[in-house]
Write a protein that binds this ligand. Sequence first.
Ligand code: NI
Length: 179
Amino acid sequence: MPIPLYQIVRYPAPALANPTNPVITGGLGLERIVKRMVPTMRAVDGVGLASNQVGLSLSLATIEYRPRQQRDAPERVPLHVIVNPVILESSVEVSELQEGCLSCPGIELVVPRSTRIVVRFQNLTGQTVTETVSGFKARIYQHEIDHLNGQTILDQARGQRAIIAAYRAHPARFANGKQ
Ligand code: NI
């Protein structure tokens, strides 16, 4: 029997605006959740999915990136799960790139991100990992960790205030392509 997909919650759902709760790793419950999150993320071609995007308040995100087109960032990021992630260091150097978000359909915004971060998280078996992450992977991490802290690209974008205000006022118009 196929695993039912989660429904992805959209701005302005309160789940997106609240920081998620720390998770205790090692339980079967988490595995069940992840087994549903991964196909949910893949079904919509996402590169990351934070638990609060499916309405759960758990400090946990799934991440996977496979370049598809020439213009895509080249570095592949294999499927993995980050639990209770904390960014310990962020480079002063930033890069700017347009980002979309599964929870903010219909808008892409230029978001500055540190090009290199040091992040600590747990994997599903409860091991603590400290890793230096750079490039597109660092961007994905920052985007997903923002979600887990109750923030989206609407909070993190640089400038673009008028379009963000318009989005916040009428997100459905953007999602339907009628802005
Ligand atoms: Ni997102």
